[in-house]
Design a protein around this ligand. Structure first.
Ligand SMILES: Cc1cc2nc3c(=O)[nH]c(=O)nc-3n(C[C@H](O)[C@H](O)[C@H](O)COP(=O)(O)O)c2cc1C
Length: 177
């Protein structure tokens, strides 16, 4: 089995990224096991925490470290990725271990905007590789969400469903290499 942890960059109740994450989980090939990793209870990191590293951060890092790869499903905030996502990534580099080193990462996101999180994704693709993160290059999955993209039952329209399926198959292959 391929173990993939997934992070959703939005805590909003009706988050479209939560909806996209559900579709990705549902469309993953059978050989993939997905584990949700919550980042929304993590305190905002500052370096005094290194003296007495918070337990919740240690547990979060251990969860990430136990996966074969990480999948990020995140909105775009003001042309970038949300602060909570940066905090979660920063924490991975502190506390005595660095889970970013060698981490295989998939980056996806959903937004109602025309470019569907492409700007935020581009920024992640810029700063993470020099930190040792191996990001899957293609396919891109930046979903522009319209009123018919997601259904009330947690499914998505045909095109989004197919894109999610193709993405998860490609990501599984990327992780298996
Ligand atoms: C502070 C803030 C900034 C935003 N900036 C962008 C943006 O730069 N590009 C974009 O496409 N959407 C932007 N949006 C709209 C979000 O894409 C939209 O609220 C989306 O539903 C957020 O994802 P979520 O539903 O998973 O929380 C912004 C929303 C907020 C609250």
């Amino acid at each position: 089995m391929v173990k993939i942890g997934y992070i959703v960059g939005s805590a909003a109740e009706s988050s479209i990224n939560k909806k996209l994450a559900k579709v990705l989980v549902d469309q993953a090939p059978e050989r993939v096991e997905l584990h949700y990793i919550d980042i929304h209870e993590l305190p905002l990191y500052h370096r005094d925490m290194d003296e007495d590293f918070p337990q919740i951060m240690t547990e979060y890092k251990a969860k990430v470290g136990a996966q074969d790869a990480l999948l990020l499903v995140s909105p775009e905030h003001n042309q970038s990725f949300p602060a909570g996502v940066k905090n979660a990534l920063d924490i991975l580099t502190r506390g005595g271990t660095n889970e970013l080193q060698g981490l295989k990462l998939g980056i996806t996101g959903a937004s109602p905007g025309r470019f569907g999180t492409i700007n935020g994704q581009s920024q992640l693709r810029q700063f993470l590789p020099p930190l040792g993160v191996k990001i899957m290059g293609a396919p891109l999955l930046a979903v522009q969400v319209g009123k018919d993209t997601f259904n009330d039952d947690g499914t998505a329209d045909e095109r989004t469903t197919q894109r999610a399926k193709d993405y998860m198959e490609a990501f599984a292959q990327f992780v298996e290499v």
